[in-house]
Design a protein around this ligand. Structure first.
Ligand code: PMP
Length: 367
């Protein structure tokens, strides 16, 4: 008999299911986890070699002073309003753990990690349905007392809320904290960061994983009032003061300094996104207009089968099956990360072939 040592309070825990990471060395076009298709800036690679392996005997600076200074300068904030973390997932975990005394509330279709965190930390949560077109109605949050989590742009839809709407959300209740998860904001949406001086009930979370090509380094930061940042720092130091490692700190500083590379790659991804959206529409797919580095699309065929067949052809995209007990909203859709121009071209071509085959099969079957 297997003995279980897990605390029974955690027996209902479910794992967040990350997108597939290919293993067998087969070449794949990886458009399933919203990574940046370009390598990090050459300046990052140089900084990593210089910051180098020979200093790994030492702990990293738990206050990440160099990187924190660089981030603070970029946003025109004092350094005591910036907290770095091991990816936004870690900072979000601290928020669910420590900033939700009345529970959490978020959209019914949003980042799938939010409910997982809630179960992990025993935080009661409620979801608020998006409209049928996946847009978010800020008025639906009026009167809610829970801490609000807003992915902006949202994932997996790519839709962004405009700044006046974010402001209205903050205005609804100045004693209620709103955490704005801006993982994808650099691809054309508006950041809530300019509202930070006006609203102390706002925490903005940003990551280096997407627009800065550092998903593998695990690096993110939060911006808030100095008191919010101090509390977040306490949560971090109560868990792991060294969660951001020395290599990530060096990589982050170098990435922030190379503004030209950031701009060039970000613009290219937005251009490729246009190509991808147009191509998908031309294939008869429905497309949600995206402000992120991915596109949410309803193909004119069974989404799960299409995802599987593309995978057999070496192209990974994401499918979120409908879950029992939740409104059927995403099962017919695929989320496709924006790759290089070549990757986008290869995906569209493969989709065209596969859709033709699938249509032929259906026609044969009904003949
Ligand atoms: N927020 C959203 C909305 C995301 O889609 C992701 C990526 N899976 C994250 C946060 C986490 O990003 P990271 O931990 O790499 O910063």
């Amino acid at each position: 008999m297997t003995r279980h040592f897990l605390d029974p309070r955690l027996a209902g825990l479910v794992r967040y299911v990350p997108g597939e990471v290919p293993r067998d060395g087969r070449p794949v076009i990886k458009l399933n986890t919203n990574e940046n298709p370009f390598p990090p800036s050459p300046a990052v690679v140089k900084a990593l070699s210089a910051a180098g392996a020979e200093r790994l005997n030492l702990y990293p600076d738990p206050e990440a002073r160099g990187l924190t200074r660089a981030i603070a300068d970029r946003f025109g904030l004092d350094t005591d309003r910036v907290v770095t973390g091991n990816g936004s997932d870690e900072l979000l975990a601290f928020c669910f753990h420590g900033f939700c005394p009345r529970g959490a509330v978020f959209a019914d279709v949003t980042y799938g990690f939010y409910p997982v965190f809630c179960r992990m930390f025993g935080v009661p949560f409620e979801t608020v349905p998006l409209r049928d077109d996946f847009s978010l109605n800020v008025d639906d949050y009026r009167g809610r007392r829970e801490t609000v989590f807003l992915a902006n742009p949202n994932a997996p839809t790519g839709l962004a809320l405009a700044l006046p709407d974010v402001r209205r959300l903050l205005e609804q209740d100045r004693d209620r904290l709103t955490v704005v998860d801006e993982a994808y904001v650099d691809f054309g949406a508006e950041s809530a960061a300019p509202l930070l001086d006006e609203y102390d009930n706002l925490l903005v979370i940003r990551t280096f994983s997407k627009s800065r090509q550092l998903a593998g380094a695990r690096l993110a930061f939060a911006l808030g009032s100095s008191s919010l940042a101090a509390d977040l720092m306490t949560l971090k130091f109560g868990f792991n003061p060294y969660s951001v490692n020395a290599q990530a700190l060096a990589a982050g500083e170098a990435a922030l300094r190379d503004e030209a590379y950031f701009e060039r790659t970000r613009r290219e991804i937005m251009r490729n996104r246009d190509t991808l959206q147009e191509g998908l529409r031309a294939l008869g797919a429905e497309v949600v207009p995206s402000k992120a580095n991915f596109v949410f699309t309803r193909p004119p065929a069974d989404a799960a089968s299409l995802q599987r067949i593309l995978r057999e052809r070496g192209i990974l995209v994401r499918h979120f099956p409908d879950e029992p007990g939740r409104p059927a909203r995403t099962g017919a859709w695929l989320r496709v990360s924006v790759g290089t121009a070549e990757q986008v071209g290869a995906l569209l071509e493969a989709m065209r072939d596969v859709l033709r085959d699938m249509r032929k099969e259906t026609a044969d079957a009904t003949r």
